[in-house]
Write a protein that binds this ligand. Structure first.
Ligand code: FE2
Length: 291
């Protein structure tokens, strides 16, 4: 796989359009999104919800108001077993109907030995896990030919035994698959807090030129652990990581993710506007510096 996949992947990532800041769609917000489309660069829809909470005609209409990306949460790409053909077929139908400019899934597994874990679980940072994930990525890519794929880093509280650092593992996964990186900065913030490392030192080890999209969200401290709950406003630490990142690479899209304790839509839009202004500032600085 190696070199050819990397070259194709980097080229595909560089050519992707810039959408700016937007929101991860929630059913409660679907009419707000259409009404306030001028204040949103993009909207991200959970692939598993296509046809369920979001009827297809509604999404196809929405896509004419604001660009729609598809983000999967349950393909279990990092599982030891082959990705479920029915879920892959669902992906193919969703992509055919909505024609997203790119799609994304997680570097994680959600199923093992036929049972649902009900949660994004970390895979061991090993060569074997890279190969298993790459095999599942090929199954997905075969079902949605030509659609660029991003892979996302997850938050985890347990670390499975492995043979490389997380950053080296992420790089190996991107090299083996040719995928772009969906960098969830809140997950970086949560992992840094829970595993006691410096988030910037971690980010510096990642192939930042492969970042296409960023996720931001907010969690809560529960006892001594920072829980990645997507139930709170984006914390200052994660905003700082976005400023740091945007000065170093051309981020094409930033998505605010909120799963519970939904704020009034206007508050969500204020976070979108803050993300957009960080992207705009970084772009102005880069233009002045001739980058
Ligand atoms: Fe995320």
């Amino acid at each position: 796989v190696g070199a050819a996949a990397v070259v194709a992947g980097v080229a595909a990532v560089v050519d992707l359009p810039r959408f700016g800041a937007g929101l991860s769609l929630r059913p409660e917000w679907r009419w707000d999104v259409v009404r306030e489309r001028d204040r949103l660069g993009v909207v991200e829809v959970i692939t598993e919800d296509v046809g369920g909470p979001y009827p297809l005609p509604e999404l196809t209409a929405m896509r004419h108001a604001v660009p729609v990306l598809l983000h999967g949460i349950d393909l279990s790409l990092g599982g030891a077993e082959r990705a479920d053909p029915e879920r892959i077929a669902h992906w193919a139908r969703a992509v055919e109907a909505l024609e997203p400019p790119w799609i994304s899934e997680h570097i994680a597994f959600t199923r093992a030995a036929g049972s649902d874990v009900g949660h994004l679980m970390p895979v061991p940072f090993t060569r074997e896990a890279v190969q298993a994930l790459a095999a599942n990525v090929s199954l997905l890519e075969a079902a949605v030919p030509g659609v660029p794929l991003l892979l996302e880093n997850i938050a985890y509280t347990i670390t499975l035994p492995g043979e490389m650092t997380e950053a080296a593992f992420v790089r190996a996964v991107l090299d083996a698959t040719g995928a772009g990186l969906l960098l969830d900065l809140e997950n970086v913030h949560a992992n840094a807090a829970n595993h006691g490392y410096d988030p910037i030192a971690y980010l510096e080890q990642l192939p930042l030129d492969r970042v296409v999209e960023v996720h931001l969200a907010g969690g809560v401290w529960e006892g001594g652990t920072y829980a990645d709950t997507h139930s709170a406003p984006v914390p200052e630490e994660s905003w700082r990581l976005l400023s740091w990142l945007a000065e170093r690479t051309a981020v094409k899209a930033v998505m605010i993710e909120r799963d519970s304790h939904l704020p009034p839509f206007e508050e969500a839009l204020a976070e979108v506007a803050r993300a957009q202004s960080i992207l705009d500032d970084a772009r102005r600085t880069a233009t002045v510096a001739g980058r």
